[in-house]
Design a protein around this ligand. Sequence first.
Ligand SMILES: O=C(O)CCC(=O)C(=O)O
Ligand SMILES: [Fe+2]
Length: 255
Amino acid sequence: MGYHESEHTKNVRDWKEVFDFLTKDPSFLPASPETEDDEIRTLSNQWPETPPQFSLLMLVREVCQTYAREVEKLGYKLLELISLSLGLPSNRLNGYFEDHTTMMRLNHYPPCPCPELALGVGRHKDAGALTIVAQDAVGGLQVRRKLDEVWVPVKPTPNALVINVGDTIQVWSNEAYESVEHRVVVNSERERFSIPVFFFPSHYVMVKPLEELVNEGNPPKYKPYNFGKFFVARNRSDYKKLEVQNIQISDFKII
Ligand SMILES: O=C(O)CCC(=O)C(=O)O
Ligand SMILES: [Fe+2]
C-alpha cells in the first residue's frame, strides 16, 4: 500500500493518482483469483520508515489515520442501521469484518487537456460492503440512473459525505439494497480531490444472501462466493481488454 498512479478500469488508465493505506495493518487477501490456489498474500502499509518527529509527513499520517478511524466508526454505525432496516439484529454483519481489508484512498484528479477522451475512474460498482466518500467542491462523480441509464452528477454538498452501497450488501440483502454503478469525469481547468474509505469484509467470507432474509417466497438470488477471490478477480479483470466484462455479482446470480 502506498502511492501510485497506474490504476486501470477495464484496461484504460484512470486520469488520477492515488495514495492507498489499509486501516488494519497487515491485511490479508488471496494471492490469486484461482479457486485451487490457497496461498494468502500479506498486505502492509508503506509509510516512510522514520520520518522526523513533528514533520509534515508524520502529521499527514496522523491526520489520515485519525480520519480513517472516525469514518470506520461511521461505517459500522451504517452497517448496524442497514441490519436493522432489514429486520435483523444491529450487530448481524459485524462478524464478517473481523479480519477486514478496509482501505482508505487519497485521490487526486489533475486537470486533463482532453477531458472528453479520458475518465478519472471508468464506470464500475464497488465490490465491498460500503464506500464512504469525502469529495471537494469541484464535482465529477456521476451515478448511472437505472431507469434511463443517464449519468447523473452527484453534486458536492459542503460538509456531507457520499455513501455508496457496494456489491456485497446487494447480495447479503438479496437485492433489498442495490449497488450503484458510478464513474468520475475530469475537466480541463480544476484539479479534484476525493477520499473514499472502502469497507471490505474478511477475505475468507463466503458472500451469500442472509439466511434470515430468504424463504420460499423470496429464494436466494445469488450463489455463495468467496469475497477475497471475487475482489482479486475484479482487480485483475480491470487489466483485461475493454470488451471483456469485469467479474460481477451477476456471474453468481441464480436465474
Ligand atoms: O472520486 C470519487 O468521487 C469516487 C471514486 C470511486 O468511485 C472509487 O475509487 O471507487
Ligand atoms: Fe467507486
